[in-house]
Design a protein around this ligand. Structure first.
Ligand SMILES: C[S@@+](CC[C@H](N)C(=O)[O-])C[C@H]1O[C@@H](n2cnc3c(N)ncnc32)[C@H](O)[C@@H]1O
Length: 250
């Protein structure tokens, strides 16, 4: 699969699709470029779970760029993600792009990180390879959490592993075993208790933080040791700073 986006000028009549990252939730974390591209686009589309459900990205755009007309595209990724993206490409995006228009697809965080946009871009590219495809980077949840919790994520020669909890605790345990690495865990809301145990058994609870619904109503930022047995929101992020700092402080 070609995952590189074409940033060339569109061939006349083939339009431009732009994946626009709108940050984790706080409308003040939407970049000036994102707002400009949203305002300049002929159409703005936002993912949603139902025609009458306002998705996260749409809610952010409503606050950051009030008055922008937004078309919802419904995703049921549990059915067949590829088929869903192909259908959205064929019925919503390609007809507009073939008129030579610019379509902004807004997405939370960054469009190149765990985003539906990459699947949508692949479907559009295979339907019409002449469409130009670009992205506008967005601030990610872990950056917002580092700022909110006053956590220095990396320094000196430290490195970062960003992973999801979708493959269970094995990959998380193995990332935590390297002391020089900060570890960021996405999509772990359902497994909050297991993640806490993993961090504890690696001796790295000190300084680890969890953020839920960052920048959104109901936001919660807590020390990871306070994660209890209850599942957190799907929008949950955990940061475990490099363990070598704990050892140095001891
Ligand atoms: C489908 S991924 C989207 C990632 C997004 N493209 C990005 O760059 O941040 C969803 C995951 O991102 C994290 N996330 C996104 N927004 C968040 C928020 N407002 N608060 C906490 N975590 C968030 C959570 O780990 C969530 O499970």
């Amino acid at each position: 699969m070609n995952t590189m986006h074409e940033s060339s000028h569109p061939i006349r009549g083939h339009g431009r699709l732009v994946g626009v990252g709108v940050g984790p939730g706080d409308p003040e974390l939407v970049t000036t470029k994102a707002i400009r591209v949203i305002r300049e686009s002929d159409h703005v589309v936002a993912p949603s779970t139902a025609p009458d459900a306002i998705g996260r990205a749409e809610a952010i755009v409503r606050e950051a760029a009030p008055g922008t007309p937004i078309d919802r595209v419904c995703f049921d990724m549990s059915v067949d993600a590829e088929a869903t993206c192909r259908e959205i490409a064929a019925t919503v995006l390609i007809p507009r792009l073939r008129q030579g228009l610019q379509v902004a697809f807004v997405t939370i965080g960054d469009p190149n990180m765990y985003s539906t946009f990459s699947s949508v871009a692949t479907a559009v590219r295979s339907a019409d390879p002449c469409v130009a495809i670009d992205t506008v980077p967005g601030i990610m949840a872990f950056q917002a959490l580092a700022a909110k919790s006053g956590t220095v994520l990396l320094d000196g020669v430290e490195s970062l592993t960003l992973l999801t909890a979708l493959d269970g605790m094995g990959p998380i345990q193995s990332a935590l075993s390297c002391d020089q690495r900060a570890v960021v865990i996405y999509k772990g809301g359902r497994n909050a208790a297991a993640i806490r145990s993993c961090i504890e058994s690696s001796g790295r609870l000190e300084g680890a933080v969890a953020g839920e619904l960052l920048g959104l109503p109901g936001e919660r930022v807590v020390a990871a040791r306070e994660l209890d047995g209850r599942p957190a929101s799907y929008l949950s992020t955990v940061i475990v700073p490099p363990g070598s700092r704990i050892r140095q402080a001891e």
